[in-house]
Design a protein around this ligand. Structure first.
Ligand code: 5GP
Length: 112
């Protein structure tokens, strides 16, 4: 099966700006940011959409990681998950969007 674009990023076949990584997750800067700060938290284990994750540990770890990464860079922020084509999902590899920087002046280029 063809790899998703995020699997190719995880496997370093496509370059990206990685802001966080551990055994189970990677967080990258979104290539087309919709906010001053726009990051994506991506589980390395492939599921195509959020509601495919049935394990409470996996679901909890995803949101714990998203809040941890968000708090490293932002005071207040928005977490968004698009689920399915009708929900605005374009990449079918589960991910959480972190959006912020409107109020506290944070910007993507400040994040290394
Ligand atoms: P979705 O609409 O599936 O929830 O969000 C997919 C996100 O992935 C979009 O915000 C889009 O800009 C981002 N994206 C798509 N391709 C790439 C890529 O190659 N690199 C990075 N960093 N982000 C990407």
């Amino acid at each position: 099966m063809n790899k998703t674009i995020f699997e190719r990023i995880i496997d370093r076949e496509i370059p990206s700006s990685i802001v966080y990584e551990d055994d189970a997750f990677i967080a990258i800067k979104d290539i087309a940011p919709k906010a001053p700060v726009h990051l994506l938290v991506i589980p390395k284990r492939l599921s195509t959409r959020l509601d495919e994750i049935e394990d409470v540990q996996d679901m909890g770890q995803l949101f714990l990681t998203a809040t941890k990464v968000a708090r490293q860079h932002l005071g207040d922020y928005r977490l968004v998950v698009n689920v399915g084509k009708g929900g605005g999902q374009e990449v079918f590899h589960t991910h959480v969007h972190i959006l912020g920087g409107w109020a506290d002046g944070a910007a993507l280029h400040d994040i290394v």
